[in-house]
Design a protein around this ligand. Sequence first.
Ligand SMILES: Nc1ncnc2c1ncn2[C@@H]1O[C@H](COP(=O)(O)OP(=O)(O)OP(=O)(O)O)[C@@H](O)[C@H]1O
Ligand SMILES: [Mg+2]
Length: 233
Amino acid sequence: MTLVTAANLQKTYCSGDVPVKAIRGVDFVIQEASFVSFVGPSGSGKSTLLNMIGCLDKPTSGRLEVAGREVNRLDRREAARFRGENIGFIFQDFNLIPVLTVFENIEYPLQMVQEWPASRRRPQVEKMLAAVGMAEQARKYPHQISGGQKQRVAVARALVTHAKLVLADEPTANLDRETALKIIGLMKQMRDDFGTTFVFSTHDPKIVANAETVFTLEDGKVVTRDNKEAGNV
Ligand SMILES: Nc1ncnc2c1ncn2[C@@H]1O[C@H](COP(=O)(O)OP(=O)(O)OP(=O)(O)O)[C@@H](O)[C@H]1O
Ligand SMILES: [Mg+2]
């Protein structure tokens, strides 16, 4: 099943004096339960693309369909609801909530978006804390942990709801090799167990090696599309 379809997708930022054409007409398809990676130099449009797939930002033109919805037509409220129900994010700058502890940051989407009762939330958060090796740090606040540890909390928070689609902007950039491999393993397990689709923006060869499809972006365009053998994953 196809989860994401982009057709002649374009994004121009008009915030400054000069419009910036960040995405200049791209087409791609992402299948359910796949690992897909966007690679490319800094400024090539990777984060812009992920933000549009995640309904955080709207395309300037073109068509974008996610989980059967034409997401460019959603208004802000609909987009927020759609995100909460379908999408997990790991942002390039983590986006942890500073006034919440590690535990509470991971618990947040279960409580605020999915409205799980506390009795169900606790074991689920504890499971994720253990999976990313942060059980000992559960009561700390984001300013009391390292960059790599923040990244692990962001990963746990993105995976805690078992979202259909997880968008991960450089999810292993600040991690040591062992932790990165552990997190990649965790993601693959979620893909196998729940059919989660993972879309990465990354320079990490460990993730690229695990992706079934690798799209290379250059200056807002997809320049190569590498479909690897299924035996590779
Ligand atoms: N909010 C914005 N307003 C104006 N221009 C933006 C905005 N966000 C990104 N851009 C521009 O759009 C282009 C693509 O940026 P984007 O952040 O998508 O690149 P990237 O591939 O994620 O880079 P990196 O690897 O450094 O994270 C760049 O030229 C950038 O300066
Ligand atoms: Mg980026």
